[in-house]
Design a protein around this ligand. Sequence first.
Ligand code: N7H
Length: 500
Amino acid sequence: MRFSSICASFSLSILLGFASQAQASSGLLIDPPGFQPLPVLSRKKHAARDSGPGLNFSNIQGDILIGMRKNKEVFFFFGIQSVPTFKSKLASDIYPLITSTAQLLDNTTTMPATLLNIAFSQSGLTTLGVSGGLVNSSDPFATGQANDSVNLGDPQPITNNWIPGFVDTNSLHGMFLICSNTTENVNAELAHIRAILGDSIVEIHRLHGAARPGSEQGHEHFGFLDGIGQPAVDGFSPTVFPGQAEVAASAILFGQTDDSNNVTWAQDGSFLAFRQLKQLVPEFNKFLADNAVLVPGVNTPAEGAALLGARMMGRWKSGAPIALTPLKDIPSLGTNPQINNDFTFLNEVDNFGCPFSAHIRKTNPRADLTGDINGFPTHHIIRAGIPYGPEVTPTEAASNTTTIERGLAFVSYQSSIPNGFQFLQQRWANNPKFFPHPNFPVPGFDPVIGAFEGKPRNVQGLDLAHRTRNITLYTDFVQSRGGEYFFAPSLSAILTTISA
Ligand code: N7H
């Protein structure tokens, strides 16, 4: 790993500690059972876990490494109207408000009440005059997500389903991410920022996310615990849990290696893939009930419906991996981070436990590809999304029909969009031939996120009694409302490059 001289001054006082989640109680972050603990980044002296020079946590924006732990969040998408005013206000008034990883996780100070982060699209960087080879011109970050929509399997034309603000990739320049423990705090911070920036920006789109209530906290709208399959990042994660992939920081953060096509100003930044993914929850529940996987003498129809959902996902709603418990949910296997990733798929070659098509096997094939639990080192992402929209209403549940939009505000961080989000969606989830094991050469689409431009999708392995049978899904239970690719720069880059 390399340390730039700009960054070094920020990081000298911040070293990685080993205590567990002291900060998570502040309310800004949630702490559902089953999640891996976050490190405490203490100013007090602790030895770093890896022997490298360490990551510059004062320079890395706070949202990048913490995962799916936000309580309330607003995503505010904007276009820049006046470049000089925007730059000057960014440097003088916004920059001091931006939350670093060190600030968020430093146990020697009070955790900030609100997290503020910022990210820019390629057209935003171009508008601001930030030039110079972050990526090559054919990279999806450079061309924008609307131009990548065919690769992502979105139904065409995208104007039918996409939020209008995401369609025009030239006008969407940036996004603010604001998190707190209450919606009032989030709104107050947004109002503050808008007052600072005035007419220099224009709102393009806004999406409010919130952790689900009560015992559903940490679960997405289908009901599954979400955020436990995250890689441990070298130099950040305090420990590597059994079965957890361990990745170099360079998989997530830009410019961490000497051999990368390095652009110095961009070091410590990360590419952010945003997708507004609508979920048809009542329709999904009806599909599970109608196609329950019944095992005589073992499960009831309701348990059979849950088993089908678990086979689609690769985990039960509790988070328990079906690779460890194929027929019955054992919630304690989901809520214990020592156990909930402790499987490899290496001997799972008969579609009995976790089918090859299951969402978690498609998006993280573990030892399938390489025989090694770390899988393919460059195809890991940190997921940092949050559910949006209200709970399913009794009327929607009774009619098996979605009438109010809800879903996942999907966010992933990676050091390359083509290796990270785009690869997982296009090459794995949308590819019926992945992973081509000789027993099941065409396992079908990922039944959760696999997309085929809205056309019916075949999935193999859901029917336990006939494990080569294809089941055709006529409804996409997850539907794209569009999104954009952004770059979340380091704090030093915001001050010295973006604002300059
Ligand atoms: Fe997925 N879900 O709740 O149904 N995801 N995901 N995802 N996902 C995972 O491991 C879900 C989406 C990954 O390491 C779980 O935390 C939903 C996209 C990856 O074992 C659950 C949506 C992409 C993993 C869900 C959605 C991914 C993962 C299991 C959209 C990338 C880790 C819990 C609405 C292109 C796999 C967990 C591993 C896990 C759900 C989207 C990727 C329950 C609802 C778009 C890498």
